[in-house]
Ligand binder design. Structure first.
Ligand code: MRU
Length: 351
């Protein structure tokens, strides 16, 4: 990929802390946080200092390894009890993206399957966290390879929120075909929705694409219909936080509106995500828990003065669910899944 990527998540050399890029400070400031305790780790996820479904999963693996390294004087039983409690605690930080609970479950299972001296076990947990990280990078590369086959030279691509390397590492997910198209010398142009209220599209997607040399235009959310009507968009690509067994999927608030617009204008609409985002235990989108966030993110967070009076009621769901009927396909590391999603997802993942 062109352009240098910022270090989103990095394990310290002694594995006693994990260093993250504070994404709340982008695009104007590049600041890093060094985390070694559970409460600041929980806060980092909750406050979106580290964010994006796959990146939260990778961070959770490293966070648990760092916590494990600090408890090597305990007996295995006491170590396991502390480990499980800390994992359950981190799991309460954000409910919608399944990658968080997926990674924590995997780390807990590793401890359960290895009843060993905690010193050795902690080192093996570091290795397991690195494996989660490496697997994620490899999955994103495969998503890039499959996703790029959906693009044509000259295409305009609209995306919502940030599902780039800042959210997923490596190629990202929704951005993966964009970066690969660029590597192949294809000409594409990306329209990046600002993504109210936390502006991940404006602050992060347009930032990372611009830095990588991918042509990008930042638009407000309410301009998506216009650019589609003007014929500037040939394809929509977005990430996902949880894909239900029937293909309904949760993604950043506003995604379902974009999907409805794409359907109206006859534009193919894809979600792209690794298998760690598919939750076969969630039958439909109606079963996905939608995170509610601080109302002041809408009212005052980005302004010098509040833009909505304090006493006025505000509604701030962080995600919405896009119905599978609006979806042209799901791009995963194993291939592209087409309708009927309930049948074809199971087939691809041998369920
Ligand atoms: O609240 P965020 O910034 O963590 O939400 C991110 C998104 O909704 C992304 O589109 C999603 O996680 C999919 S891929 C990173």
């Amino acid at each position: 990929m062109n352009g240098k990527q910022l270090d989103v998540i990095r394990l310290a050399d002694d594995a006693m802390s994990v260093v993250i890029l504070d994404q709340t400070k982008l695009p104007n400031h590049e600041e890093y946080l060094t985390l070694s305790e559970e409460k600041p780790m929980w806060d980092a996820i909750k406050l979106l200092q580290v964010r994006g479904a796959p990146a939260i999963g990778v961070f959770a693996g490293y966070a648990m390894a760092v916590l494990a390294k600090q408890e090597t004087d305990l007996s295995y039983e006491a170590f396991k009890e502390a480990f499980d409690r800390q994992a359950d605690y981190l799991n309460t930080s954000r409910p919608t993206a399944v990658n968080l609970s997926w990674a924590l479950k995997r780390m807990k299972k590793f401890v359960e399957d290895h009843p060993e001296d905690p010193k050795t076990l902690a080192d093996r947990l570091v290795q397991e966290a690195k494996t989660i990280d490496e697997e994620n990078l490899a999955m994103n590369r495969k998503i890039a390879e499959y996703g790029v086959t959906l693009l044509h030279d000259g295409d305009g691509i609209l995306t919502h929120c940030n599902a780039g390397y800042l959210a997923c590492l490596g190629y990202g997910t929704a951005t993966a075909p964009m970066y690969m198209a660029q590597e192949k010398g294809m000409h594409i142009h990306v329209y990046s929705d600002e993504t109210r209220p936390l502006l991940q599209g404006a602050r992060l997607t347009s930032f990372e694409l611009y830095k990588a040399g991918v042509p990008v235009t930042s638009i407000c959310d309410n301009m998506a219909s216009l650019v589609m009507k003007q014929g500037k968009v040939q394809c929509v690509m977005v990430g996902c936080d949880r894909i239900a067994a029937n293909g309904d999927f949760a993604n950043k608030i506003g995604t379902s509106g974009v999907a409805i617009l794409a359907k109206y204008y006859g534009i193919p609409f894809y979600t792209l995500g690794p298998s760690s985002t598919i939750d076969f235990n969630t039958p439909t989108g109606a079963d996905i828990h939608i995170e509610m966030r601080d109302p002041e993110e809408i009212g005052s967070m980005w302004y010098k003065e509040p833009m909505i009076l304090k006493e006025i009621d505000k509604f701030n769901p962080s995600f919405d669910v896009t119905d599978h009927s609006l979806l042209s396909g799901i791009v995963t590391e194993r291939g592209i899944v087409y309708p009927p999603f309930d049948v074809n997802l199971k087939k691809l993942f041998n369920r």
